[in-house]
Design a binder for this molecule. Sequence first.
Ligand code: ASP
Ligand code: MG
Length: 405
Amino acid sequence: MARIVMKFGGTSVADLERIRNAAARVMRAVEAGDEVAVVVSAMAGATNQLVDWCHELSPLYDAREYDAVVATGEQVTVGLFAIALQTLGVEARSWTGWQIPVSTDGQHGKARIMAIDGAELIRRMQAGQVPVIAGFQGLGPDKRITTLGRGGSDTSAVAVAAAIRADRCDIYTDVDGVYTTDPRLVSKARKLSHITYEEMLELASVGAKVLQTRSVELAMKERVRVQVLSSFTDTPGTLVVDEDEIVEQEIVAGIAYSRDEAKLTVRRVPDRPGVAAAVFGPLAENGINVDMIVQNVSEDGTTDMTFTLNKTELPRARAVLEAMRGEIGYADLAADSDVAKISVVGVGMRSHAGVAGTMFKALAGRGINIQVISTSEIKVSVLIAAEYTELAVRALHTAYGLDVA
Ligand code: ASP
Ligand code: MG
């Protein structure tokens, strides 16, 4: 017997047929003797519709009313899911965020969970009832409904799992696990049986969009074992767990890519103390997030500074730097948005040398030029021309021995 949270994403509750299927899955777990708490998202597309309505009425909508609107998607699915379970003879009841309550801070539209009292949920589960809990929503200090940001029901599920001390949090989604790389790009991509929290976080931050990043942070902090799996098959998914649980650790867990980056070079800035601050200070003040940074060697007292940022921020970054041109004193700006960032991630890098070298060699072997490099303890990223994305990911996948046999 285990205590588990089963979380169903929008595609898994997209229509009544799928809700019935998901409910049948819960029934089988209950029949096998597990204590189950269910967390659901809104039906696929429902939240987008609700968000659009708010934007259409007013681009400067009141965030508290936005939350009142967008939280309704989940209220529909908890009720329907509870009915579906009851129809199968499983005792169940729905819970909205405020009923539990899931207490959050007051940042409407992107609230953070502060506390969940799991005592009543545990008591009912032990008495044989399945709580069906609305993801994505909570109750703010102002006693108004809050929501956790898009994709937030993953975080709800992990938080509930921590609050009821669940053995596992199963996240049912439209992919059947976490892969060594994007299977749409590399047919030899392999599903991982295990991945560490840290690797999952790095992969999520560089473009593998399986779980909301915050849910992984929370799982790591609360040591919640998370499984990512599909509600359309019966195959086991990928377990996201602590490093200690993984017996045979690969050096590299996965390769991620992102085509959302752009590169901006500030040419011929004076090479003296304070220049980096003069460039990056105003960008930060304008909320522009900078990722990789390189500064070239100086030749005649000036240097080039190159950095990457999200493509959508490029026009704003340009405007900010153009306004500062007199103060910084650079020659010109050169932008390139035909770039891609490729990242190799693995906790094994901490103890194995040569991971970056393997990457550079594999790319050189394909004639791919590296424009920018950055590293962290468990990640090496390079920026390359976007047209080589596929070639690079495939070459690296092979170079690190990740291809399926
Ligand atoms: N329904 C919300 C959304 O679409 C929350 C979630 O599905 O995770 O963002
Ligand atoms: Mg989701």
